[in-house]
Write a protein of this length. Structure first.
Length: 163
């Protein structure tokens, strides 16, 4: 999750035109400015996250990308809101991985998966609001992972009981 947070930090640094913060992350402000928004987001993800090698990596990449898009749509998004959005997006992507796995094992029909997707996304985003950022301005990667894991377990438990 530290890499996902770094990608989100890069998006925020770009929004502030913070050349020094981008340089610390191995990114160049002028190079990013020359790209379209989508190319810029992909460049940030590629440079910081690299290529996914596991479904969890792909979930993190998608969550970070959704957060970068949200940042681009709302440049005034607070750091706390960015952290909460990243957490919710990550948990949602993890839920999608689980749903896909259950569909592949024929435990759930495609219709059931679609209904779950429609119902769980708003629930996840509501539960994650304020969960990651809380009262602290600093959230360690370990604490972020702990909160994400707890929320994932809660959502999976709900998914199993509502099948």
């Amino acid at each position: 999750m530290a890499r996902g947070s770094a990608a989100v930090a890069a998006g925020a640094a770009y929004s502030r035109s913070d050349r020094a913060a981008l340089a610390e992350l191995g990114l160049d402000l002028d190079r990013l400015r020359a790209l379209t928004a989508r190319e810029r987001q992909q460049t940030i993800l590629d440079e910081i996250l690299g290529a996914p090698g596991h479904p969890d990596d792909e979930a993190l990449r998608r969550a970070a990308h959704e957060t970068l898009k949200a940042q681009a749509e709302d440049p005034a998004m607070t750091q706390d809101a960015q952290i909460d959005f990243l957490l919710a997006s990550y948990v949602y992507q993890q839920a999608l991985v689980e749903l896909t796995s259950q569909t592949a094992r024929r435990e759930l029909s495609r219709d059931a998966v679609r209904r779950f997707e429609e119902r769980i996304k708003p629930v996840i985003f509501k539960k994650a609001k304020g969960m990651a950022s809380g009262n602290s301005r600093f959230l360690s990667p370990a604490l972020f992972i702990e909160k994400a894991t707890g929320l994932v377990e809660t959502i999976f438990r709900v998914m199993r009981t509502t099948r």
